[in-house]
Design a protein around this ligand. Sequence first.
Ligand code: PEP
Length: 250
Amino acid sequence: MPERSLIYAANWKMNHGPGEARAVAERFLSLTSPVKGRSLWFFPPAVSINVLAQATRNRPDIRIGVQNVHWESKGAFTGEISVRMAMEAGAHSALAGHSERRQLFGETDDQVAKKAKAALNLGVTPLVCVGETLAEREGGRTESVIMRQLGPVLEALEPPEWSRVVLAYEPVWAIGTGKNATPDDAAQIHELIRIELGRHGITGRVPILYGGSVNAGNVLSLLASPQLDGVLVGGASLDAEGWAELVGLS
Ligand code: PEP
């Protein structure tokens, strides 16, 4: 049986400008060492990517990513940044379709697919997020919503490209609310996603992370499920001590 690899991804959202990002990174580095089979990904605000990439350059287990990119390479898109720009700053991965982007900024399923494709085209790993709202869950639409979100991504990417994609299942009702999905709920959705990938000829294992109020108290029970390949964490990743403790638990 191949050894299990786990990804612990920190989404800092709109927290930690360059000065704070450096301080948190330095403290985190002093508290952790590389562990076989464990990758640590950080998604800081775009302005802090470079500082974080520099601070962590001697840690091969750490990868820096960007929280959002535009699919075009350049042009009149005020406020946006391209994949190449993020790469130049030090990003090797790009979140696409985080629920806050979808809900607060109107990002559509098609745009998420274009972002994922643009990232892949330049060798940047897309971390594509899907997940249902509370109303959708209560209306029995979890599965159809996730399939709808995945649809354009499945159309945009060729099956071999999926070996360079990571997915995250993040139920919107669990993000920042303190309510996490049960390990069984999460595992069930991960399994559905894998079945859908299989139906589209994607045969290799695509890592699927779980996100939504993960903390040091629940991470072990979530990761006990072999369906989870890691976690995507917001609030509990913001302070160096707490994040170091969480990633050190498994
Ligand atoms: C997230 O931002 O992706 C997230 C899961 O946030 P939190 O861990 O705070 O719920």
